[in-house]
Design a protein around this ligand. Structure first.
Ligand SMILES: *Cc1c(COP(=O)(O)O)cnc(C)c1O
Length: 367
């Protein structure tokens, strides 16, 4: 089976490095909020081109903390997309704010400016932009929109590790960026982990308090925070895995380039290829097919795994049926939800695997 991810096929040198990282932490006798976290926070902030990184428990918490440090909460509206992981919208709800869903563009599955403009109101406090599938696009337009309307730009970078637009890395465009290091992300831990990145020292300091019960100094709790810390073992493992990230990213990009050139089945549509000034990191390679179920069956029969990101848009989830949204509807998101299919695109794929996926997708026909 050609899998969507294949961690067990990773290089033994990486495995050895991870084992000695775990040993290093065990030998140190210090397991939470220590030197390994500090080191990884600095490494990741540097990779993003921001001044600070604050390690947290997971991507969901990273987004909630990003909102809370900007004082976004009850009564405030946050515009985002219905075509995302549930965590994006759950974080807004957990911060006590009101999500407002704007529609996406057909060819990229990223937010549409016209729809976002229709969602804007006097209560809007932030745009929560999701760099879906690893794409960072049109950032000067989004930055301008947020400046013109005096709202914060928050980036959900959970799928966009090292993704760039005009040389700037995801997370460095807005006031604050939120990362997840869930195992399947482009940079993943061996468990849950996340980080907020920012160049604003006040926001970084607030995030540092919030992740640790709202504690300012030992015994003092000026506000109500949470327990959301990135532990030393995960931080040490992430530092080792970070060394491999550039190579892994290049491999994803090489696979995607082959798919873009060689997937020619008229039953299938590809999303827009990256622009000249854009480094797409292909967390997922997504195709569209109006006969998705048949295509998925065809792939499975040839031992090619596939998944959907995402088959149910946020506004069709039970707790979100009444959610605020573009008054003109979210038809592009609904279309995408019924047609999108993610095919294997991960660094451990062999050239043979890539050829087999191409051949299998191209041989799909309706009969
Ligand atoms: C994975 C993901 C999250 C949530 O991250 P967790 O670490 O699983 O909490 C949020 N947003 C997007 C777009 C994601 O892909």
């Amino acid at each position: 089976m050609i899998l969507m991810n294949d961690f067990k096929a990773e290089d033994t040198a990486l495995r050895e490095a991870m084992l000695s990282a775990v040993q290093r932490v065990l030998d140190s006798g210090w397991y939470v909020l220590g030197k390994e976290l500090e080191k990884f926070e600095n490494q990741w902030a540097k990779a993003c081109g921001t001044r600070y990184g604050v390690g947290v428990g997971n991507g969901l918490d990273a987004i909630e903390i990003a909102l809370r440090v900007l004082d976004i909460g009850p009564g405030d509206e946050v515009i985002t997309t219905p075509m995302t992981a549930f965590a994006t919208v759950l974080a807004i709800l957990r911060a006590g704010a009101t999500p407002v869903l704007a529609d996406i563009e057909r060819d990229t599955a990223l937010l549409s400016l016209e729809s976002v403009e229709r969602c804007f109101s006097s209560k809007t406090k932030a745009l929560l932009l999701v760099h879906l599938y690893g794409q960072v696009r049109n950032m000067s337009t989004w930055a301008q929109f947020c400046t013109d309307n005096n709202i914060a730009l928050i980036e959900d970078c959970a799928q966009a590790h090292l993704a760039q637009w005009q040389g700037t890395v995801a997370g460095a465009f807005g006031e604050i960026g939120a990362y997840s290091f869930y195992p399947t992300k482009n940079l993943g831990a061996i468990g849950d982990a996340g980080m907020v990145v920012t160049s604003d020292s006040v926001l970084a300091e607030k995030a540092t308090r919030l992740r640790n019960y709202g504690q300012s100094e030992r015994y003092h709790h000026p506000e109500l925070g949470m327990n959301s810390r990135l532990d030393e073992i995960q931080a040490a493992l992430l530092s080792e895995r970070l060394k491999w990230l550039p190579e892994f990213t290049q491999r994803r990009q090489a696979i995607a380039a082959i798919y873009q050139a060689e997937l020619v089945n008229p039953q299938i549509q590809l999303l827009a290829s990256p622009e000249e000034n854009q480094a797409h990191v292909y967390h997922l390679f997504v195709i569209q097919c109006e006969h998705r179920e048949a295509l998925q069956t065809h792939l499975r029969k040839s031992c090619v795994q596939s998944l959907m990101h995402y088959p149910i848009p946020i506004h069709h989830q039970k707790p979100c049926l009444e959610i605020k949204r573009d008054r003109q509807g979210l038809s592009n998101s609904e279309y995408h939800a019924t047609t999108c299919l993610s095919i294997p695109c991960h660094p451990q794929m062999s050239d043979d695997d890539i050829g087999k996926v191409v051949e299998t997708v191209n041989s799909f026909s309706l009969n």
